[in-house]
Ligand binder design. Sequence first.
Ligand SMILES: Nc1ncnc2c1ncn2[C@@H]1O[C@H](COP(=O)(O)OP(=O)(O)OP(=O)(O)O)[C@@H](O)[C@H]1O
Length: 377
Amino acid sequence: MLQSFGKSLSDFPPMPKADASLVPDVESRLIHDEMSYNRPVLAAQHDRMMSTMTLEQRNVYDKIMTRVKEDKSGLFFLYGYGGTGKTFIWRALCAALRSDGGIVLACASSGIAALLIPDGRTAHSRFGIPFTIDECSMCGVTPNTPLASLLIKAKLIIWDEAPMMHKHCFEALTQLGKSMMSTYLLLSRPTCLFQVQNTIVEQVNDYVFNLIPGEEKIYLSYDTPYHKNIDGDAVDDIHTPEFLNTIVASGFPNHRLRLKVGAPVMLLRNMDQSLGLCNGTRLIITKMGKFVLEERVISGSNIVEKMFIPRLSLTPSDNRIPIKFKRRQFLIFVSFLYVAISRVTSRGGLKILIADDDGDDIDVASNVVYREVFRNV
Ligand SMILES: Nc1ncnc2c1ncn2[C@@H]1O[C@H](COP(=O)(O)OP(=O)(O)OP(=O)(O)O)[C@@H](O)[C@H]1O
């Protein structure tokens, strides 16, 4: 498992090193894993997809396939509105190349988008992109490692929802590409932004939560300040746990979680992508224990009936919070609202709540585009 992320036990001292003679040849295993698809099944899937492909999709597909077959490097940027069939093209390209024994590395900026592409991973984990990124950041892929060999052998790299990431991520990948990859290709898609007022979301969530029958449970987090110095012999006691409990941040669980069996929740972190447990995965609570929650996955490609979610410690990544502390809590929030308009298949199945500044319902909305978000793309 460590090897598939370009790591080994020696990266985690004082873990003992494994006996080299007992460790299988990682390089060949990583590459073997990427080439061991059921080729006839993929070929049949590819044929089916080609038979329904639209002319526009076919045009994109042909351009990319021609470049890959010519063994030339290239960079493509695919733009299209939500639901217009971009993922369909990724799937067809994956099926075409993998059924022919080629290696395709499919990734996406978010874990939830990575689930939609066959064997997709997050770009961060695939290329070792650091979470805190600046203009000097480098991908954590070391030359002459099995992961580096895999990248070199890749015929195609797909990167879905690319504009969601900072330009420094692409610069880091470009550096990596220059240093080791001869052929690489980047694909992308636009991001649609919806501005949802948190207070309205909370009101709707509270209203619907109260309609769910059954007993509710309150789970309080355990918040601890970080030690003042690296030796850790003095605790930062300026900030009391009571104060830390009041901190609310986006992408961070609340101190007080109100839960009920049957309540839909959303994961706040990538926990296990192979099981479909990513940031944004939606789950339904089926049992509430003291230390663990039993849940059913209701979104993504893996519809799993029983998952167990433990409490985990998390530090807020928002730079606007100057205090360093850890919160131990279930990394979820109750979520009845889910913005995925392109996934709705009938007009009748779509309900949109629009509220004005006073919170009153209205039936018009302004289309606001924040151009600044594209500045770093
Ligand atoms: N040529 C096609 N033949 C059959 N089904 C298609 C075709 N193109 C797209 N679809 C289907 O339409 C739906 C939406 O397509 P897809 O998910 O590829 O769109 P998208 O552009 O990736 O959407 P989003 O931006 O919201 O992720 C999917 O169910 C997909 O399988």
